[in-house]
Each structure stands twice: as structure tokens, then as C-alpha cells.
Design a binder for this molecule. Structure first.
Ligand SMILES: [Zn+2]
Length: 340
């Protein structure tokens, strides 16, 4: 049984998940992701029996286009009770939550730039639908969607997939960022995100692509080389607030950015994370939960993993990024102008 333990010194939660040890690539690090044949791939059509029971699927007749299943090596599970216990000064919560795998496409692709526009759209559509569905369980407070592409990004399956972890608490680092955005809004009457967009457009040194609905740029203080942020220009606080037209626009810009990154970097590893706010209220966020729709804005962050994180990053949580974000924007804009 996994547990969410609270680290008193670092003021952050840790998921202690011994069940994940059964994961085949645990402990002994392998150099490459095990390339399995399509015949043995648990995420390929025809092998549905190799995964736990399906939670959701987007279908076209009897063929699935995106499929959602519980993670076989889950860190948290929904069947566990939501019990918080105090042991002396230590505090733990039984491993309550959800851990799902979204199989992005039936096609056993190796690179995201092989996704069609329709595949991007279906992928985003299902992520939104999972958020809508999990919000109904009011014990689930915070959703984390993430995609690991390649070994350096922590992927252990080559078939394109995304993971979702739903937590009964808000990670302390996310809570800190939410509070900052709330205070900024109270002080200025504008969101921190709209001010960043205005500034980026005014300076126009780090913008990669800007449409009527979205902007993609290399953040001023990017943590990772070639890091990209995509933010809606309209006030949309959560992926739940994006309508189908928004998802279409987002697929468009996302495909352009990912294609340009592949063009510039070759086959590279990366993580994609979603800046989504808490979906339900708990004691930690009571103060600002109702205002999230005004002060938070949904975003997508693409983090290429060109270098491994090392001692300095782990000691401080500060990153060293050897690539100028301004240079990233110039390079990617060049790639886009020349046509990919
Ligand atoms: Zn496959």
C-alpha cells in the first residue's frame, strides 16, 4: 500500500510507493527503453487484454482512437481510503488517488512529430474529458497530467502515452505558485499570465508563434534548454474551460512547435506538463478556490531533456540552463519561416 508522507524539513509531500517496485525497469537502470514488438506491445490494438480494464475510450465505430486504463504500476489508487494519520510529529495519508495511462494513439509511433493534427486534437480532448470526469470525485483535489518522451524524460514504454495522477492534496510547490498568482491578481487586478503575455509580445524577443487564441514563447527564465510555454490569450483557467474550438487551435500551435523542435534538435527526449489548477476545494486552498477562474491561466510547458539534472539542481531546486531563451526563439522562428 502506498502512502503520501509529508516531509517536515523540505515542506513537501512524497509518494512512497513500494508497489511500483514491480515495474520492470526499477532499481537497475537500463540504457535504452526496451523496444518491444507491436505484437507484444500492451498499448497496441489487439492487445487490449494485456492492460487492466479500460476506464474510458474515444472511439470511431469499434476502433478506439485514444484509450485510458489504470496504470499497472500505480503510485496511488482510488480504492484506498482517504485517511490522514499523525505519528508523533510525522503525518501521512494512505495512498488515495488515481493513476491512469492515456494511450495517445493506436499507432505505435516513436516520435511525437509523427502525430497528425487529428491525433493531437483527440489526445487533448481525452485529457480534458478525464479532468471533467475526475472532478466529480470531490476527494480528488489536484490533477497532474504529464508526458515522458524518451529515456532521459523517464519513459519506460515506447508506445505514445500520457500519465495522469490525481492527488487528494495540493503539492506544496504548486500551492506556493497558486498563492503567488492569487496575490499578484489582488495587487494588480490582472493575472500574472496576461502581464507576461503583454510583455513578451511587446519585447518580441522570445515569442515563437502568436495566433488570435494562443501564444508560444521561450520563457524569460526558462529552466530547461529549448523550454516552451503555450498559453491561451483568453482567460481560461483550466483545460476544462477549453471548448472544442480552443482544442483545435491548441492542437495547431502545439504541432507547429513540436515539429520545429524536432527539426532543430533531431530526435530528443522531453516532458510535457499541464499548468492546471486544483479541481476541487480542500482546507489548503479555501482562501482562493473560488477566485481561481480569475487569477489562474491554463498552460502547456514543453521541457526538452537534453542534459541530466545533477547535484546542483537537486541541492537547490534551481536549474542551470546553458541555452539563451532569446536564441531558442530565433532558431525556432527560423525553422518555421523556412517551412518544415
Ligand atoms: Zn504499441
Amino acid at each position: 500500500m502506498s502512502e503520501i508522507r509529508y516531509d517536515l524539513i523540505n515542506d513537501e509531500y512524497v509518494i512512497i510507493a513500494p508497489e511500483r517496485l514491480r515495474k520492470p525497469d526499477s532499481f537497475k537502470e537500463k540504457k535504452e527503453i526496451k523496444e518491444i514488438s507491436i505484437k507484444d506491445c500492451p498499448f497496441c490494438p489487439g492487445n487490449e487484454h494485456l492492460t487492466p480494464n479500460e476506464i474510458y475510450s474515444l472511439r470511431d465505430g469499434n476502433k478506439w482512437k485514444v484509450r485510458v486504463v489504470p496504470n499497472l504500476y500505480k503510485a496511488l489508487k482510488i480504492e484506498a481510503p482517504l485517511i490522514s494519520t499523525q505519528i508523533g510529529i510525522f503525518e501521512k495519508i494512505e495512498g488515495f488517488g488515481a493513476h491512469e495511462v492515456i494511450i495517445d494513439t493506436p499507432r505505435h509511433l516513436f516520435k511525437m512529430n509523427d502525430f497528425t493534427l487529428e491525433e493531437y486534437y483527440n489526445w487533448l480532448y481525452v485529457i480534458r474529458e478525464r479532468a471533467v470526469d475526475l472532478k466529480k470525485d470531490t476527494r480528488l483535489i489536484y490533477l497532474v497530467f504529464f508526458k515522458n518522451q524518451g529515456k532521459l524524460a523517464g519513459a519506460s514504454q515506447s508506445h505514445p502515452h500520457t500519465q495522469l495522477i490525481a492527488l487528494p492534496i495540493v503539492p506544496k510547490s504548486s500551492l506556493w505558485i497558486l498563492k503567488r498568482a492569487f496575490n499578484y491578481y489582488k495587487e494588480h487586478g490582472r493575472t500574472i499570465f496576461e502581464d507576461i503575455i503583454t510583455n513578451e509580445e511587446f519585447e518580441n524577443k522570445r515569442v515563437i508563434i502568436s495566433t488570435d487564441f494562443f501564444i508560444a514563447f521561450a520563457p524569460f527564465a526558462s529552466s530547461f534548454p529549448f523550454e516552451i510555454m503555450i498559453i491561451p490569450k483568453k482567460q481560461k483557467s483550466s483545460i476544462i474551460d477549453l471548448d472544442n474550438q480552443d482544442l483545435k487551435e491548441l492542437s495547431n500551435i502545439l504541432k507547429k512547435v513540436i515539429d520545429a523542435l524536432y527539426e532543430e534538435l533531431g530526435d530528443f527526449d522531453f516532458n510535457i506538463s499541464f499548468g492546471n489548477p486544483p479541481i476541487n476545494k480542500n482546507f489548503e486552498i479555501e482562501e482562493f478556490f473560488e477566485d481561481i477562474k480569475y487569477f489562474w491561466r491554463f498552460y502547456i510547458r514543453i521541457m526538452p531533456r537534453i542534459y541530466r539534472l545533477a547535484g546542483f539542481e537537486l541541492s537547490t531546486n534551481m536549474k542551470i540552463n546553458p541555452v539563451l531563451p532569446e536564441k531558442v526563439a530565433t532558431l525556432l522562428r527560423g525553422v518555421m519561416e523556412n517551412g518544415i
